[in-house]
Design a protein around this ligand. Structure first.
Ligand code: FES
Ligand SMILES: [Fe+2]
Length: 358
């Protein structure tokens, strides 16, 4: 396999990452996002097709997101704000206004290309592929969730963590911090801590806290009736769907961890449901709860990032830190697999029950 990425690349590749929620780009709109240290312009053609290209103009590097999307001769074109060069969604240059007709022919402007990225839109999310070899075809199909692909995004929110991707993922898989960091009377407190056991099983490139009855000390779950089960999965690179199901009704909260740079990570929370009871919960309350929880986690990992910048050793204890160890093993295993051809093995071979107090 070709490798065009430096050995000190900190990002895990050959994976689909979260790009943007599809609703954020209406036809004819574009928006800049930073992903894996690259400035990316996500856009949607006037016909409704999502695309992604570099936000940096191949001419003289001004940001294309400051320009506009126009209907050119070839269809939707991104017009640079600086000198008006235009690019098709596939990156090909379509027009350089300063050239005379004979200069246009002599220059073969269609050989000029803006870097583009493969995208796939499903579950209301535009996923973006990052490969070790940028030009190689994706080696994986786009992510799948256990809900219909046309499920509507009901709630979407995001939060920046000033830490690397690993610290962010680990914070989401860590049961022991909950009564301390999320210490609020209506949720958990250290006083309500009790012994728990949860069984985990392997899934592709990840693991699952297998379906179980939600914690008895989380009164919020009681809203959804008695036969409710919860399953929480974690799949590389940082996809963490939590399925709450009662019969054929579900509330699915997908938390996605995406590296922006080596030390900035974005946490995106997308909620889907087909459970009528949730329609009666005011959305601003759900948003406020997300903000409270994410704010607590981001304050914790921001503080931890300061500690980690001094390069101390970290301890991972039994059993509450085991999911963190599995994640780190998955990450290392995937990198070795894709970069060195070593067979990928899930660190979790068979279902395993972990016990902790939280
Ligand atoms: S910098 Fe984009 S057209 Fe010149
Ligand atoms: Fe948390």
């Amino acid at each position: 396999m070709a490798k065009d990425t430096a050995q000190d690349d900190v990002f895990l590749r050959d994976l689909w990452y979260f790009g943007i929620v599809g609703d954020e780009i209406k036809p004819g709109q574009m928006i800049q996002q930073e992903r894996l240290g690259e400035l990316i312009l996500f856009g949607r053609t006037h016909e409704g097709e999502a695309f992604a290209m570099t936000d940096i103009c191949p001419h003289r590097a001004i940001l294309l997101s400051g320009g506009e999307m126009v209907r050119g001769e070839t269809g939707t074109e991104v017009q640079c704000p600086y000198h008006g060069w235009r690019f098709k969604p596939d990156g090909q240059c379509a027009f350089i206004p300063s050239l005379t007709e004979d200069q246009t022919k002599a220059m073969e402007i269609d050989k000029i290309r803006a870097k583009t990225y493969r995208v796939h839109e499903s579950y209301g999310i535009v996923w973006i592929w990052f490969g070790y070899d940028h030009d190689a075809e994706p080696c994986l199909p786009p992510p799948t969730l256990d809900i219909p692909e046309d499920s509507k995004v009901r709630i979407f929110d995001e939060c920046d963590f000033h830490c690397d991707m690993d610290a962010a993922v680990i914070s989401l898989m860590d049961p022991a911090h909950i009564p301390y960091i999320h210490n609020q009377s209506w949720w958990r407190t250290p006083k309500t801590m009790h012994e728990k056991q949860k069984t985990f099983g392997p899934i592709e490139r990840g693991f699952s806290m297998l379906p179980h009855k939600p914690s008895s000390n989380s009164f919020i779950y009681k809203l959804f009736g008695n036969d409710i089960t919860t399953e929480i999965q974690l799949e590389l690179p940082g996809l963490r769907p939590e399925y709450m199901k009662a019969g054929d009704k579900h509330v699915t909260t997908v938390t996605i961890v995406t590296p922006v740079t080596a030390d900035k990570t974005i946490i995106s929370i997308i909620i889907y449901w087909n459970h009528f009871a949730v329609n009666f919960v005011p959305k601003f309350l759900i948003r406020r709860a997300i903000r409270i929880f994410m704010g607590q986690d981001s304050a914790a990992v921001d503080s931890q990032a300061i500690g980690l910048s001094y390069d101390p050793p970290q301890m991972f204890i039994h059993d509450s830190d085991i999911p963190a160890k599995w994640y780190l093993a998955l990450r290392r295993g995937w990198e070795k697999h894709r970069r060195d051809g070593v067979e990928f093995k899930n660190p979790l071979k068979e279902p395993k029950t972990l016990r902790w107090r939280s």
